[in-house]
Design a protein around this ligand. Structure first.
Ligand code: BGC
Length: 448
């Protein structure tokens, strides 16, 4: 996107001219009050456009004690600011979460199933946990929400990490076996599925300023996790050596894709990638090379083994001749420490469409902030970009906001708030924020 258009977006909150006022009270969300949905330009969306939120199992369920992240949270040294503990207790309170999402006006619910619950020890699958997830998906269906299911959202069972994670040569087969088993049990209830969440996450950690700086500390945490489990091979997906793990994860994705399709041939199975907007800065920028570094071979994998591409965008990364650089002086930063730049989403949608040529689903877009007005502004600007992409003829099929709840933000713990809905850390009471009503009203109207 040209600089001029960026400026235009900034100034005009999406160049919005006509306004519609949508009432929060009509949604029956007691206590939220009546909220003016800010400017909405009247572009009707296809009737099957998916509106919703995304959440992962580990970050919301609580007490995933058989997952590898649980080990790393409890070792010294650790990168985790605090342990996940009960998280949002969504393992027990999923029906309440789903009911809130439905009442807000969404038609879709993206969630994860936790491999470590389904296969807590190698080869031993838990029918009770599979039945639990069947109830979760049935609850979505009963509320008119189409489930979008992520088979893996960064965490793996401890036994899997301890035998080398995705650095072990037979890891693709183990992943595919889990996918097959879960798809056989749950596939009939799914609307869409993805294998990995952000399959290229290890590559992002190398590319994103700030994240790459934490890699030595991450290595120390993994070494401590290896000691704690008595396994020198302990490896976690996000921190694994990409030279070894990326090809194995690509094989795992291909095999997982086929395994899910074998169980449910008509289910669209996509690939979700972390898609930050890499922009050139100054003369001789190496942006193209860094973009290749972020996506690696995943573009080719997506072309051959994905029915759609899941775009997950939070910011832009500026790259000058020397590589990625910090945000411009004076730029607004989100609470996550990177640049507030909602225009990034349109750019990554365009990139995904150009590079991969499959239907595009926005499977995550969101902002960490304690100022809910900035969340509303972010959503409006990101949606203006979705509308531009639709106007350009790009097949965009969803907008899923990360996240429904203020949940466990990995190493940042509970300090960072991405949610449309606040969660009381002691009582687990859920309180929708004005941004929840705002996005829900847009979803209901199905207009941007
Ligand atoms: C991940 C989420 C994470 C979110 C916000 C995404 O990359 O899929 O797990 O919470 O970003 O940082």
């Amino acid at each position: 996107m040209s600089k001029a258009r960026d400026e235009e977006r900034k100034a005009g909150a999406g160049g919005i001219s006509r306004r519609a006022v949508l009432g929060g009270a009509a949604l029956g969300l007691g206590g939220i009050g009546r909220v003016r949905a800010a400017a909405v330009e009247h572009r009707a969306l296809p009737a099957d456009f998916l509106w919703g939120t995304a959440i992962s199992a580990y970050q919301s369920e609580g007490n995933n004690i058989n997952s590898d992240a649980w080990v790393s949270e409890h070792v010294t040294p650790t990168l985790f600011r605090e342990p996940s503990g009960d998280a949002c207790d969504s393992y027990h309170r999923y029906a309440e979460d789903i009911a809130i999402a439905a009442r807000l006006g969404f038609n879709c619910y993206r969630l994860g199933v936790e491999w470590a619950r389904i296969e807590p020890s190698e080869g031993a699958f838990s029918n009770a946990e599979l039945d639990h997830y069947a109830r979760v998906l049935e609850t979505c269906r009963a509320h008119g929400l189409k489930p979008v299911v992520t088979f893996n959202h960064f965490t793996t069972p401890i036994w899997f990490a301890a035998r080398g994670g995705f650095e072990a040569p037979d890891s693709p087969d183990l992943f595919a076996r889990y996918c097959r088993r879960a798809a056989e049990h749950l596939g009939g209830l799914m609307h869409l599925a993805t294998t990995f969440n952000e399959a290229n996450i290890q590559l992002l950690l190398q590319v994103m300023p700030g994240m790459s700086a934490a890699l030595p500390a991450a290595r120390a945490m993994i070494a401590a996790s290896a000691r704690a489990t008595g396994s020198p091979r302990f490896s976690r997906l996000a921190y694994a050596d990409p030279a070894v793990a990326t090809p194995l994860m690509q094989e795992a994705h291909r095999k997982g894709y086929e395994a899910i399709k074998a169980a449910r041939p008509d289910l669209p199975v996509g690939l979700s990638l972390t898609t930050q907007d890499i922009q050139p800065l100054g003369p001789n920028s190496s942006a193209a090379a860094w973009r290749d570094r972020l996506y690696g071979d995943w573009v080719r994998v997506a072309r051959s083994h994905a029915d759609f591409i899941g775009v997950q965008t939070y910011t832009r990364i500026l790259v000058d001749a020397t590589g990625p650089v910090a945000a411009p002086a004076g730029a607004e930063l989100t609470a996550a420490g990177y640049e507030y730049y909602p225009q990034a989403l349109a750019n990554t949608i365009r990139w995904a469409h150009r590079a991969i040529g499959k239907p595009v689903y926005v499977t995550e877009s969101g902002i960490a902030t304690d100022d809910d007005r900035r969340r509303i502004a972010f959503i409006d600007q990101a949606l203006a970009g979705v509308r531009d992409c639709l106007d350009e003829g790009i097949p965009v099929h969803s907008y899923l906001y990360w996240s429904l709840l203020d949940n466990f933000e990995w190493t940042s713990g509970y300090r960072m708030h991405f949610g449309l809905v606040a969660v009381d850390r002691r009582t687990f009471a859920r309180t929708p924020k004005p941004s929840a009503v705002h996005l829900g009203a847009i979803a209901r109207a199905n207009r941007i």
